[in-house]
Design a binder for this molecule. Structure first.
Ligand SMILES: Cc1cc2nc3c(=O)[nH]c(=O)nc-3n(C[C@H](O)[C@H](O)[C@H](O)COP(=O)(O)O)c2cc1C
Length: 427
């Protein structure tokens, strides 16, 4: 099968693979780790990998010319809300920092108000902070859908069109592509993705990505790739990206073959496995090699993850005092805790080491905890692979009163929506 490179607006993406935005995960440190693996070599080994530029990334990467070639895929930031960005919230400004050598600098925005989303895009691009903007319409969490945001929003087709159109028009003068990420709909009886795909295309989106589940599905069951194939039939002038349950390079190749999609978006499959991007690059090029790290390589990658996180948290984003080295290290160690079980899945390390690693508060402590482990322990095979991260049962989607009665905003729904951005996190 021929897997062809992907073009998102003016950006050529050599490998048609996108790191899915994941709140709390795809910060600059994790994106770098994934890029390093994608670009070849073991990034934890001295001199390995082909990324250049600041190691711990003190430079937030502002003011660079838009990159027109994506090195080995697109690596999207976790989402920021448009409102928080406009308010120059410190954590939001940190979330949109990039390494100087990151191409393209991809930022995901979440928003429900066309004017605010447009203003956030204008701010981002006037300050030279991004080469690609992705809009998040996939968030299924009740506190967001209850107000009509996230995956509830495309049901209101007029509003959806206005949000996408506003972002596209704000980005146009900068030549920056805007893409849309969405779910199939609210539930099986209220599917929105085909309409939303057509609308996004008509409003000038440069690509549409479909997480092939409804909001009601949440993360349950398996993603319905046939919906990606349907979307591909309907959206004909811009790339369609498939998302959901790509756990291996073979899954990615199969998704392209089965759906005809132009690229794949990979989320949970790379949690604790940034080397999946090396596999994806090889797999999409039709090559058989796969990374099968020893325990020593996993630990080295984890350690590098912590080091990159220290740099990330120490970044001065100009909106308050930058964290000193000790505080940045503490934050990095706190952040890595959630990754420990994913990294060590399938390896024999014992409960005590896992528990201690999940509590480390400094790099020195990390080194001490892993010191006695058998670094030569080989890759355990299938126990290290497969599902990880969010899962769980389907659920009833909480929506504002009367939301499903009409596809336009009515009555007090506008008031609900005004609050839809405040508590947003993730997709
Ligand atoms: C921890 C976590 C955080 C997420 N945060 C976001 C987000 O910020 N924006 C978004 O569009 N999707 C978010 N998602 C959804 C993913 O981007 C992706 O659509 C979903 O996980 C399905 O892909 P997968 O099966 O490859 O994981 C998140 C998913 C997870 C597991």
């Amino acid at each position: 099968m021929d897997v062809v490179p992907l073009r998102i607006g003016p950006i050529d993406v050599a490998t048609p693979v996108v790191l899915a935005p994941m709140a709390g995960i795809t910060n600059r440190a994790f994106r770098r780790l994934c890029r390093e693996w994608a670009l070849g070599g073991h990034p934890a080994a001295p001199g390995a990998g082909q990324c250049t530029g600041a190691d711990a990334g003190q430079d937030p990467g502002r003011g660079r010319r838009p990159g027109l070639a994506a090195d080995a895929g697109v690596f999207v930031s976790e989402m920021v809300t448009s409102r928080a960005l406009l308010e120059r919230n410190e954590e939001s400004l940190r979330l949109i920092t990039h390494d100087p050598d990151e191409h393209p600098r991809s930022v995901q925005l979440y928003g429900v108000d066309p004017d605010i989303v447009g203003s956030a895009v204008r701010m981002l691009l006037a300050e030279g902070r991004a080469d690609h903007v992705d809009l998040n319409f996939g968030c299924p969490v009740p506190k967001v859908t209850r107000k009509g945001g996230g995956s509830a929003l495309p049901w209101k087709s007029g509003l959806f069109a206005r949000v996408v159109g506003s972002a596209v028009r704000a980005a146009e003068p900068h030549g920056v592509p805007v893409t849309v990420k969405m779910r199939k709909g609210i539930d099986a009886d209220h599917l929105t993705y085909l309409d939303a795909g057509r609308i996004a295309e008509a409003e000038g989106a440069a690509a549409v990505a479909l997480h092939a589940r409804t909001a009601a599905d949440y993360y349950s069951g398996t993603a319905d790739w046939s919906a990606v194939a349907r979307l591909k039939e309907v959206v004909t002038t811009v790339p369609v990206l498939g998302n959901g349950d790509v756990w291996s390079a073979d899954d990615a190749v199969r998704m392209v073959a089965e759906t005809g999609c132009d690229g794949v978006v990979v989320g949970r499959g790379c949690l604790g496995r940034p080397w999946l991007f090396a596999d994806l690059v090889a797999g999409m090029a039709g090559r058989p090699e796969r990374v099968r790290p020893s325990l020593g390589e996993v630990l080295a990658t984890m350690r590098r993850h912590v080091v990159l996180l220290v740099g990330y948290y120490a970044t001065d984003v100009g909106a308050g005092e930058a964290a000193g080295p000790a505080l940045a290290e503490q934050r990095a160690c706190r952040d890595i805790r959630k990754h420990v079980a994913w990294y060590l899945k399938g390896y024999v390390v014992g409960h005590e080491v896992r528990a201690r690693l999940a509590l480390v508060s400094s790099l020195a402590e990390f080194d001490e905890v892993v010191a006695g482990l058998d670094v030569a322990q080989p890759y355990p095979g299938s126990p290290a692979e497969g599902q990880r991260g969010r899962g769980g049962a389907s659920r009833r989607v909480t929506l504002p009163d009367g939301w499903l009665d009409s596809r336009e905003i009515e009555g007090s729904q506008a008031v609900d929506l005004a609050y839809a951005e405040l508590p947003a996190s993730g997709g």
